[in-house]
Design a protein around this ligand. Structure first.
Ligand code: ACM
Length: 497
């Protein structure tokens, strides 16, 4: 039988036995916060009262143990007819074992049970990310934390927050208060905007950490900065209305970007900070300095995509300075792959590829430069893993620019290790699934776009490239099997096409 496990573990053996019965009053012993989370998830799923308790009662049948040794985030599960034991090398591994156990629980005529199995598991990639764009539309803390819960249950361990774009600035900064006083009220389509206070951001970081996720914040520069110019007009160039911008405006409606006026359309590539003005670098020092202070994780994302109106030499000079500034703040910069063209980019900078699964227009070459400088890359091929693409042609939500709608099968059918020539398995830090917010406005919208394709991203990030269950047929069956669990977690699944 195929167990409805996503991402599928490294090794799974169905062992002899009729399974471990889960009964009312069962308790879970071990690391208290993980035990509490597991008890809650099992209660939600089964309707049984399951509790975390250090006391080994008659019914204490799930045990969480940390052992010394083993690779980071790895775990084992052994279920027999008497107990289920998760043993892990660290708390993250224990947490991931708990997520697997929640997917294992099933129901027959005799009630709920865990099948008798032995599982051994560890991730393929160290960086398994999801990205949420809170700039095109703003999502409040409770939506972000709900999305964290969804992603963590699929063993993602990084949340990239796209905190600024042409349509709005979403993090309050003491050093540059006008960014949120003046430039946070707008979003796509004239919808209300919003922003996070320091306390909101700290709450997101805390919630993510409790699910073993690291927050990767992004201020996108030098392009995607129209909102900066609404607050601080002296820092930006006038909008550059390229043929592409005009075409997007014609297709999607809305007004043309206008200097100093909040922008609520979906065109890209028309804005830029002033590259040859030292005031720009004072601004960067303020905003990235404050961001680095607020961020406990190792990464700060500096954007660098779609600076279409910026001269290439100017772009290179800017990205060089921005990347070295972030390094001097004690953080590792991440930048979209276009930044690879900047010869002086700080060598520590990690590149994030957002081209297609078959690279075009030099995107593969630009991405390879990060590896040639001695760093690594994150892969987010837009035609496979951009969760904001329409899942099928009739979807009301989503965009189509990345080679048309992205089916679940296409989302599953690519391999990071062979996507870019000269970027091999060991050059890849990991994989990230972005969700841009031109069309989604609510948590239900995010769910309808993300599910079930986020599960494909999870399996590609975590599971070995090859294995008997690493097939589209197996994946499709397992995803179908997870539907009831996702529904029990309050996830709004999209209607099938
Ligand atoms: C991007 O989609 N412009 C990173």
């Amino acid at each position: 039988m195929t167990f409805a496990l996503v991402p599928f573990p490294l090794a799974l053996t169905a062992t002899e036995g009729r399974g471990l019965r889960l009964r009312e009053g069962a308790t879970i012993a071990g690391e208290s916060s993980i035990a509490a989370g597991l008890a809650q998830r099992l209660s939600e799923r089964t309707g049984l009262a399951v509790e975390a308790s250090p006391e080994q009662s008659e019914r204490a049948r799930v045990d969480l143990r940390v052992r010394v040794g083993g690779s980071p985030e790895s775990y084992e599960i052994v279920v027999d007819e008497a107990s289920a034991v998760i043993t892990a090398s660290d708390a993250a591994g224990l947490f991931y074992g708990a997520q697997t156990l929640v997917q294992l629980v099933q129901q027959d005529a005799g009630g709920w049970f865990f099948p008798t199995v032995a599982i051994e598991d560890r991730p393929r990639f160290a960086y398994r990310g999801v990205m949420l764009d809170v700039a095109r539309h703003f999502f409040p803390v409770e939506t972000v934390t709900a999305y964290i819960d969804r992603a963590a249950a699929l063993k993602f361990n990084h949340l990239h927050l796209h905190l600024s774009d042409d349509q709005g600035w979403r993090l309050q900064l003491a050093s540059r208060p006008r960014l949120t006083e003046v430039s946070s009220g707008s979003s796509v389509g004239g919808d209300p905007g919003g922003f996070f206070t320091h306390e909101d951001y700290a709450e997101i970081v805390r919630h993510a950490a409790s699910r073993h996720m690291t927050v990767v914040p992004e201020f996108d520069v030098p392009g995607h900065t129209h909102a900066v110019g609404v607050a601080y007009p002296e820092l930006v160039e006038r909008p550059v209305l390229s043929a592409q911008t005009l075409e997007t405006v014609q297709e999607s409606g809305g007004s043309l970007p206008e200097a100093g006026v909040p922008y609520d359309g979906v065109a890209v590539g028309f804005s830029s900070l002033k590259i040859h003005d030292e005031a720009t670098y004072a601004f960067l020092a303020d905003v990235f300095g404050e961001l680095a202070e607020l961020t406990p994780g190792p990464y700060v994302h500096i954007g660098g995509d779609e600076a279409l109106g910026t001269d290439p030499a100017d772009f290179a000079e800017f990205m060089t300075r921005a990347s070295s500034m972030v390094v001097s703040l004690g953080k590792t910069p991440i930048a979209w792959h276009e930044a690879g063209a900047a010869a002086g980019l700080d060598r520590a900078t990690i590149g994030q590829y957002w081209g297609f699964t078959t690279p075009i227009d030099g995107a593969g070459e630009k991405t390879r430069t990060f590896v040639q400088r001695g760093s690594r890359v994150i892969l987010s091929p837009a035609d496979a893993i951009y969760l904001d693409m329409k899942p099928h042609a009739d979807s009301a939500l989503g965009l189509t620019w990345a080679n048309g709608p992205t089916s679940l099968e296409r989302a599953y059918s690519w391999d990071p290790g062979t996507t870019i020539e000269g970027v091999d398995e060991s050059d890849i830090l990991g994989v990230e699934a972005p969700l841009w917010s031109e069309t989604p406005r609510t948590l239900a919208d995010l769910d309808a776009l993300a599910f079930p394709r986020i599960a494909a991203a999870a399996e590609i990030s975590w599971s070995p490239a090859r294995g008997v269950e690493r097939t589209w047929d197996s994946f499709r069956t397992r995803v179908d099997g997870l539907g009831p669990l996702w529904t029990s977690q309050g996830i709004t699944l999209p209607r099938a096409p």
